[in-house]
Design a protein around this ligand. Sequence first.
Ligand code: SF4
Length: 501
Amino acid sequence: MPQKSDISNSDILFPYSNIRDGQKEFLNDVNTAVNEGKILLAHAPTGIGKTAASLGGMLNYGLKNNKVIFFLTPKHTQHEIVIETLKKIKEKYALKFIAVDIIGKQWMCMYPDTEDISSNEFNEFCKAKKEHEECEFYKNAHPKKNESNIADGIKNKLKNSIMHSEEVKELCSRHNICPYEIIIECAKDANVIICDYFHIFSKTVRDTFLTRIGKELNDSIIIIDESHNLPERLMSLLSHSISEFSIDRAGKEAENVGKIYLQEAVLNLKKILVLFGKELDNNNEIFMEKDKFVAAVEKHIRKIDGPANCLKITGKFLGSWNMSEPGFARILKKEIRKDATGRYRDYFSLYCNCLDPSISTSEIFNACHSAVLMSGTLIPLEMYKDILGIPDKRAMLKEYKSPFPKENKLVMVVEGLTTKYEMRSEEMFKKYAENINEILKHVDGNIAIFFPSYKILNKISFFMKEIQDKSDKNFTFAKPILLEQQDMTKEDRMELYKKLI
Ligand code: SF4
């Protein structure tokens, strides 16, 4: 059970001494939402301090009423600010509560290079290791009574101090213990769980996850950071496709694992796809009737599934195609590509695209105790409420003002600069570099520059350096150029950002 807090006099646990404009209003709304069991959709501009306000407004209620708070973020890098905020609250109010930081098992695994394989492959790998009792890290996380128990020591440490998942991984690696297992064990007693959207919004992940940690949706408070991302992330999670290429790969996998019946099934599936492809005539894509494809598949194929990646994807596709819910667009497409002999021919694909994210969200927003969806770009709020299936009677729609004075923002457009594909050239990149260098000369303090791709970043930064090296010796560019590189690790990126700040 989550630890009960001993606070009773204050409803709000704000970690800082000063509160920003707009933040107070947001904090009070969060507190109202959690007390009244509402779902707050908050369009709150950057800089308002959303993390502190959302946790500050909800944590006390959660602790007093034994509700677990799930703080969901779409990126691992955003976990750190949540952890720091919780640490500050804990220290300022001398509170006892447990918070755990969870990232996907694949990123916590102690085996090398597991980050490079697909999630299907990884899940099969981990499952097999555990079932065959071959994972020493797993065994060390669950020692038998007569075995030495370092795992309990780590769990106690994690329950008493708030640790980043990377710190837990580092600590566990010293003792050959699976960090994911340790975190999951601690999550059973946690008051706050920092995790990804998928832990709650993917039905398969949620069912296993909540069962393992012994939590229920109706006793949950959910904070969703950067929630403008939620509809798209969920639609992509629920969408599936197959193509002649993926079917060929599935056939190869079936052959490699010696499953002849699967290989035949996959071959039949390709024949069906190509046959339907002929119906496209001069069109590049057409809607495909669900039942027509189901009938053809049922006639020639029993079931496709298997231990390997493409076989699983193909099996999943067939399952998703057959789902009865409306809200999916079933599309047959063709594209012209070169075949192995170098000749161009039509290649066919089938898509089962989800157009309605409420298929996976309305259940959550009906069941949870309360939720806050927050983002700097959550307008129109009404639209997000509708597409996420949030019931009218529970919804609170709010827009907050930026805490920064308007005059602090200077928007300038430089004519003649564009990254439009057909306008890209060495000359254009040089022009960018000249303009950026001019800005560097006139702005005090550090500057962050954002590029649409690493390729463009590398081109422009090359010219920036070249111009700086050749520049007037009387003028020095006091600021070193710090470059983010595509192959940087998470730690390298954090180091880089710290240098900038
Ligand atoms: S139990 Fe842990 S260490 Fe073992 S394979 Fe699974 S994730 Fe990796």
